[in-house]
Design a protein around this ligand. Sequence first.
Ligand code: PLP
Length: 380
Amino acid sequence: MNIPSNKHYWTEKEKKNVLDALARGQLSGDGYYTERVSALIEENFGAGKALMTTSGTHALEMAAMLIGLEPGDEVIMPSFTFSSTANAVLLNEGKPVFVEIKPEDLNADPNDIERKITEKTKAIIPVHYAGVGCDMDRIMAIALKHNLRVIEDAAQGVNGKYRGKYLGTIADFGCYSFHGTKNYSCGEGGALLVNQEDTQTIKKAEVIRQKGTDRWLFLRGDVNKYNWIDTGSSYSPSDLLMAVLLAQLENMQEITEKRKAVYKVYRHAFEPYERQGVLKIMQIPQECEPNYHIFWVRFNTQEMRDFVLKELNRKGIAASFHYLPLHSSPMGKKMGYKPCDLPVTEKAAKCLLRLPLYPGMTEAELHYVIQSVAEVIGAL
Ligand SMILES: *Cc1c(COP(=O)(O)O)cnc(C)c1O
């Protein structure tokens, strides 16, 4: 049996919306569907302002531009993340400073964040790994104490909650991804959430998104032609993609419930192995309600992880590891980091295993994965 790591969950609604978007005839950005999707995000999640973007990466870039980094300003982030988190800072002449994660949920360790604050620190970018919220109370308190901006990399965290608040709406900015690998997807897409009621920042974000022009005033009908007024780029997605995304977000609870069901079966099946000390299952802090983006376990050694991974792959199951930590990547080394600088992160990355998780996963597929893990672990 072949089991992919991830699969889309389409209904008739996506098709219907795409055909409707084609009939409407506007495939460029900021059409009917873009407006509906940003309104849905603002209303459903309680975001101040949701600006749809071409990717999660671009939402992060916009946020980094908006906090006004000066050359050499430091931005604290976990090393256990995607390159986009660090690139956003580097592209704005800032310096990423990598911190450790907590082994139980792989989210940034607030103690290490505090240790790494210097006079040059300007911002913190917590990453909600696997759709499980970071320790936002502590992170926001640290930011307040040291006067730092906070950008949530909620690329994986759409629809997840922390103390009843949606991820991405807690800090100054939140960045969502709707990439093909994420829970709710239109192939490529993202959103920047501007959470303060600060019209200056929202206006600046609109200008950056629209090639440095005041096109948003033009779209609103306030002016009859638009001007180049500042530095900017082009971050608005095609309305065709937003048509797909609207359908996905309207099916969000259904998608989440289906993912949760798979997660629960995995958890139940693997608890005995945890009791035997063979592996550890990802932990979800009490204050978090995840979106069930990822199910991961960790083994005691890399050798064990590699063995299980290889055997599952051989059986046609697309189990996988995840990030190679940024600090120990070729780019991280160029920045002066050594792998031993962040030992908790190194170890976690080497021992982590992700299992296939998608909404339409059948009982037979789930059974096959669980049975295969049992066989492989029995052979350890
Ligand atoms: C997916 C992801 C991104 C990038 O999102 P794209 O939409 O693929 O550009 C950034 N950060 C994290 C943590 C991600 O998982």
